[in-house]
Write a new protein. Structure first.
Length: 116
């Protein structure tokens, strides 16, 4: 399990508990640093940066996708707002998400339904 705070990628070392030798010589294979992956992982929220696929590089908690759009732009028309969010960490059951500053809207107070 990754730690819960950000950190840079680690330099991972490859070792063994037995002496390994090259085929054509009896020189032992030395401890080696593995090469970190300089690319972005295949499944990132919206964007990634080079080196994000390196081992143990931990990014901060964030909403990496945060979009809001409306269905209709005309005055006095029934409208529907669509909010899309994606988090870099799982949202737990019972998490509360508050959207503020939607001014001059005529809405019924109370809970709103969420859909996938």
């Amino acid at each position: 399990k990754n730690p819960n705070k950000t950190q840079d990628a680690a330099t991972i070392t490859l070792t063994t508990n037995q002496q390994l030798y090259h085929e054509c010589s009896r020189n032992p294979i030395p401890y080696v640093n593995m090469t970190n992956d300089p690319t972005s992982p295949c499944c990132t929220c919206d964007s990634g940066e080079p080196g994000d696929a390196s081992p143990m590089k931990i990014k901060p908690r964030a909403f990496c996708v945060r979009r809001i759009r409306q269905l209709v732009e005309w005055p006095c028309a029934e409208n529907e707002l669509t909010v899309t969010i994606t988090s870099t960490v799982p949202l737990q059951k019972g998490s509360r998400i508050v959207i503020t500053n939607i001014s001059n809207a005529e809405v019924t107070s109370g809970n709103l339904s969420l859909t996938d």
